[in-house]
Design a protein around this ligand. Structure first.
Ligand code: CDP
Ligand code: CDP
Length: 223
């Protein structure tokens, strides 16, 4: 049996399956799930709505310091509250997706986000997914997973997800958007997307989501 209060860090590029598998693992272990990408997305939505220049890190930081971002469990799953308002769906819209990496590249923004994320994870069993969890947010996490998949497979998964939701979708556009986001996330100076030295890389290209979950649960049971 896994010991109490372990931390599981799941990182990797866009649409590798992080949040889907993180939710499954959290549910199986009765841990909390923290979607750090949703926090960067919520801040980006606010910055867009306030017409803040996304290159102006100090202006965005000032806004962030007056902003509450909550991740709450509801019957329908996790919901994201921005200053108390439910923005769960809105933060997934295309205008946020194409801009979020520009907001997330700023070091002062990341510092404040990491502080909040560490606070949320304190003294509890947690599954957290993002880009810098194993390297910066939870460097002492007992289990660190780095999920990858080919960009074609990742674009296909997002495409199928869009179709299911009835959202207009184009594979080539999705592939371009994913590649561009990965490029910015990997090349930024402040805590770039990188596999932690002690993370286990899992290539999910030809695995289904349950196979990925089982793979991670094996690591958890080995702790
Ligand atoms: O789910 P998806 O792959 O579309 O992205 P996400 O996890 O919602 O993250 C959105 C964006 O937030 C990423 O492309 C990164 O720019 C940023 N992010 C980050 O920099 N650090 C994190 N820990 C999580 C997300
Ligand atoms: O959080 P991240 O952006 O890494 O990816 P996600 O939103 O969890 O996964 C993107 C889509 O791929 C979801 O619709 C998953 O159900 C699907 N997926 C899959 O079909 N097979 C996998 N092995 C992993 C994810």
């Amino acid at each position: 049996m896994p010991k109490e209060y372990i931390a599981i860090a799941i990182d990797g590029p866009a649409a590798a399956g992080k949040s889907t598998v993180a939710k499954i693992i959290a549910e199986k272990l009765s841990y909390i799930y923290i979607d750090t990408g949703a926090m960067y997305r919520a801040l980006t939505l606010k910055a867009i709505n306030r017409n803040i220049d996304l290159e102006n890190d100090q202006a965005i930081l000032e806004e962030l310091m007056q902003t509450t971002i909550e991740l709450k469990q509801s019957e329908a799953g996790q919901i994201v509250l921005l200053d108390g308002k439910d923005v769960t769906d809105e933060i997934r819209f295309q205008n946020v997706t194409t801009k979020v990496s520009h907001v997330a590249k700023h070091a002062p923004i990341r510092e404040e986000m990491v502080r909040r994320q560490q606070e949320m994870a304190k003294n509890r069993g947690v599954v957290m997914d993002g880009r810098d969890i194993g390297t910066h947010v939870l460097p002492d996490a007992e289990v660190k997973i780095f999920l990858i998949a080919s960009v074609e497979e990742r674009a296909k998964r997002r495409h199928e997800e869009n179709i299911k939701k009835g959202i207009a979708s184009n594979m080539e556009d999705l592939k371009r958007e994913i590649e561009e986001r990965d490029r910015i996330d990997t090349n930024r100076e402040a805590s770039p997307l990188i596999k932690a030295k002690d993370a286990i890389e899992v290539d999910t290209t030809s695995l289904n989501i349950n196979e990925v979950a089982e793979r991670i649960l094996v690591e958890v049971s080995n702790i």
